[in-house]
Structure formats: structure tokens, C-alpha cells
Design a protein around this ligand. Structure first.
Ligand code: PLP
Length: 444
């Protein structure tokens, strides 16, 4: 570890200078605290990013396997997105009126996810927050059900987990959580059908909010039959099913919803859909919109009927985000680019597996479409508690710093690698070589 820290220091004097300046007016010298979570004594400051690479202010090139923790899954600065975003920026960004691109963006999402009615936000967090309000309003129920250690953004009632005694508590790190979560939130383990059935039986839950595969505690894949059981339990109990595809858009152009034929009432997406700029969206069945309308007792006659102050935001649906989504979905993240992204993820997985096998590291690697992740346990985890038990922060930091010093950026939160349409086999090979060296330094 010490040798890697020394190497980092020697390679990145300009980043250190930038960081010391930044410390003056920002806690930890970063605009958002998560950016301080990287391994190494200070953050790497970025000069420019393009495709699957970025250059830091120290002039070093990096293969970016983090890709903005999925925010840049389409690659950095894809030409078609940049052109559409720049053109719209020059024509005006924010006027609280719709542009034609909004309808085109909604149409593209509707086609991909099979849900006809869309609304836009600036992030997936906002979309999830708004969806939970819709669900409560539509059902007249106040609780939500989430999966232990799934993540849906900093949405208070969804940022929950089970503690050792099985109580619903706010996730560690959810600072300033406002209310005891057991009044708003029910939490069950992933892949646990009896727990889910029992939790919904009392019909107090407005919506089940779920990732179709867990992606925020390593990758945890659904058991065969899990999604059918979730749909059936929701149908039986009049509960809405919300599938958050923000990360699982790596599985295919319509996420796991389209790939696996899932049948959500609502889909949430965000992060990469805008081509790298703030954008989030949620899609619904029209009946849900009607139920909310009916619950509000709207007669559709007057402007007072547009009173939905709990849902929305001044910049939500802004013209630049709409142009970004329209261009990104129609010209960058097209169905045609997925086979290449998935092939790169298969190569990455094979490289990691080969090193694990060669040095008998007690680890495993799981892939979901264009995303893959290794974890420090010998078999794939089945739920969040199993996955969390394998966490080893010090080991992760060592591996990530080792990779960074060899020009490879991993995500700071877990051992995830994501492939963009621009990621090449050579980029993957660079990781394979570095990873083998790191595993050898631990287990040879
Ligand atoms: N949903 C899922 C599944 C996520 O993984 C995340 C972020 O990691 C979010 C929502 C929130 O996204 P954002 O932070 O862009 O609002």
C-alpha cells in the first residue's frame, strides 16, 4: 500500500496543487463529498475526457472503467450528444415551456421500455422521489417497500436497510435522516419471496421500488422466478411495481425490463440517458396518471387543476436535457452498440477470472450485460447481506489505487467495471495485465 501511495504522489503533483487550492472553499476540496472517496492522498483532477478515456491535469491518460458511476456509460462527450446539447444551449436552455425534443425523448423511452407516459427530472434520485409520491397518491397508502441494500439515490424513505436484528434503519451514511424509517419503509432481502409476500400481505404498501438486479453492493442477479413472484405479489395486493433501471440499462437498450420481459407499472431511468448532462425520467402506464388525476378530483376545466407542487422542479424537462436524451438514445446508445459493449465486459470478466484462478484468490466475478464486478467471496451473493459481508474496504482501496497508478479508473464505491461503446479490447487488456499483477502481489 505504502509503495502505491508513494507512486501516486510522485505521478500527480498538479492534482495535488489543484486540490490544495480547492481545499480553500470546499470541504475536502471537492464539489460533492463522494468525490473524496477515491483511493490515494488526494483526488485526481480531470483535464478532459473523451470516449473511454480521460486525461488528468498531470497529463496522464486513463482508461475509465468507472464512467461516472454509469453517468457516462455512453462514453465521454459522444459527438452526437455534444452536437445536440451545444446547439440547444445556444438556442436557450430554460424557459419552462416544452420543446419538440421532449416529445421525441419520451417517445424513444416509451418504445424501449413499453410504457407510454413519461415525465422528466434532473436525476434518477428526483425521479424516484417523485414516483413514490405518485404511488402514494394513487393508492392512498403511505409505505414503500425496498430491497435490503438496493440503492435508489438519496431518497430518504428508500435509503434503508435491515440492521442485525431485522429492524428497518436508515443506511449508514444517510446523514440527517429525518424520520424513523420503520414508519415509512418496509425492507426485505433480494430474492426472498416469502419475506416479500409477508410484507405486502397487509396491503399498506403503495409501491415496491426495486432494482431488477442489485448493482450497488456488487452485482446480485435475480433467481429464476424472483421477478414473476414480485409481479404476482404486487397484483395480489394492489401494490405498484416500480423498476429502477438506472444502472441496469447496461443489460440492453430497454434494460432488464425489455431483455427479460418484466412487467413494471413504472420504470425509472437516469444517469447516462442525457449523454453526460443532468437527466432523469420515469415512465408509467396511463392508468396510473388517471388514478392520480381522479384522486385529486380534477375536472380538467381550470388552471387550478395543474396543482401538483409535490412533483417537479424548475429545471426539470429543460430544453438542453431533452435534446441530450433525444440525441443520445437515437444516435449514441442505440441497440446496435450493445453487442460490442457486452463483448468487452465478457473480455474483462475473463481476464479477472483468469487471475483469480491462477493465484487461487477466494473471489468471484459476476457480469450483467456491459457491467461486471468482482467481489471478495468465492460464490456469487444471493442478497445484499451476503454481498455486504464480503466487503473489504482496505483491500478494495489497494486494488483501486494499484489500478489507478497503472492508468485505470475503477468506481470508488465497489469493484465495478463498465464498458461504453468506445471502450476497446486494448483498454480491457490494460486492466487484465494490471489486475493480474495486483492479485499476484497479494496471493503469489
Ligand atoms: N437509482 C439507482 C439504481 C442508482 O444506482 C442510483 C445512483 O447510483 C440512483 C438511482 C440515483 O442516481 P443519481 O445519483 O444520478 O440521482
Amino acid at each position: 500500500w505504502d509503495a502505491e501511495v508513494e507512486l501516486f504522489r510522485a505521478m500527480r503533483p498538479e492534482s495535488e496543487r489543484a486540490w490544495r487550492d480547492a481545499l480553500e472553499h470546499m470541504p475536502d476540496g471537492v464539489p460533492m463529498l463522494w468525490m473524496a472517496k477515491w483511493p490515494g492522498p488526494w483526488p485526481v483532477f480531470v483535464e478532459r475526457a473523451a470516449g473511454a478515456h480521460f486525461r488528468c491535469v498531470d497529463g496522464l491518460d486513463h482508461v475509465d472503467l468507472c464512467l461516472g458511476d454509469t453517468g457516462a456509460m455512453v462514453g465521454h462527450a459522444p459527438a452526437a450528444s455534444v452536437a445536440a446539447i451545444s446547439a440547444q444551449l445556444a438556442r436557450g436552455a430554460t424557459h419552462m415551456l416544452p420543446t419538440r425534443d421532449a416529445a421525441l425523448a419520451a417517445g424513444l423511452l416509451a418504445e424501449r421500455f413499453g410504457l407510454p407516459s413519461w415525465q422528466f427530472t434532473l436525476s434518477a434520485t428526483d425521479a424516484n422521489r417523485h414516483v413514490l409520491r405518485y404511488a402514494r397518491q394513487a393508492t392512498g397508502r403511505h409505505k414503500v417497500l425496498v430491497i435490503d441494500r438496493c440503492y435508489h439515490g438519496t431518497v430518504d424513505e428508500a435509503y434503508a436497510e435491515l440492521d442485525a436484528s431485522g429492524r428497518v434503519v436508515s443506511r449508514r451514511g444517510n446523514i440527517g435522516a429525518p424520520v424513523p424509517l420503520d414508519e415509512t419503509t418496509v425492507v426485505v432481502p433480494f430474492n426472498d419471496v416469502p419475506a416479500l409476500d409477508a410484507a405486502l400481505a397487509s396491503r399498506e404498501v403503495a409501491a415496491v421500488l426495486i432494482e431488477p438486479a442489485m448493482t450497488n453492493i456488487g452485482i446480485v442477479l435475480p433467481d429464476a422466478g424472483w421477478h414473476d413472484a414480485v409481479r404476482a405479489a404486487c397484483d395480489r395486493t394492489g401494490t405498484l411495481l416500480v423498476i429502477d433501471e438506472t444502472h441496469t440499462l447496461c443489460a440492453g437498450p430497454g434494460g432488464m425490463t425489455a431483455r427479460d420481459g418484466l412487467r413494471p407499472d413504472v420504470v425509472v431511468v437516469g444517469k447516462t440517458i442525457g449523454g453526460g448532462i443532468p437527466a432523469g425520467a420515469w415512465g408509467m402506464r396511463p392508468e396510473l396518471v388517471e388514478r392520480v388525476r381522479a384522486s385529486l378530483d380534477w375536472d380538467g376545466e381550470g388552471l387550478e387543476d395543474i396543482d401538483v407542487g409535490g412533483v417537479g422542479g424548475t429545471l426539470a424537462g429543460n430544453a438542453v436535457s431533452m435534446a441530450g436524451i433525444r440525441a443520445t438514445l437515437s444516435e449514441v446508445l442505440t441497440p446496435e452498440v450493445y453487442p460490442g459493449m457486452i463483448a468487452r465486459a465478457q473480455e474483462w470478466t475473463a481476464g479477472v477470472q483468469a487471475a483469480i484462478d491462477e493465484f487461487h484468490a477466494p473471489w468471484q466475478v459476476t457480469r450483467l450485460g456491459a457491467r461486471a464486478e468482482y467481489s471478495f467471496r468465492a460464490t456469487p451473493p444471493r442478497d445484499g447481506a451476503e454481498a455486504a459481508a464480503a466487503d473489504d474496504f482496505a483491500l478494495q482501496q489497494y486494488l483501486h489505487l494499484h489500478a489507478l497508478n497503472r492508468g485505470i479508473l475503477m468506481t470508488p464505491f465497489h469493484n465495478m467495471a463498465l464498458m461504453s461503446p468506445a471502450t476497446s479490447s486494448q483498454d480491457v487488456e490494460q486492466h487484465t495485465v494490471a489486475f493480474r499483477e495486483a492479485v499476484a502481489s497479494l496471493y503469489a
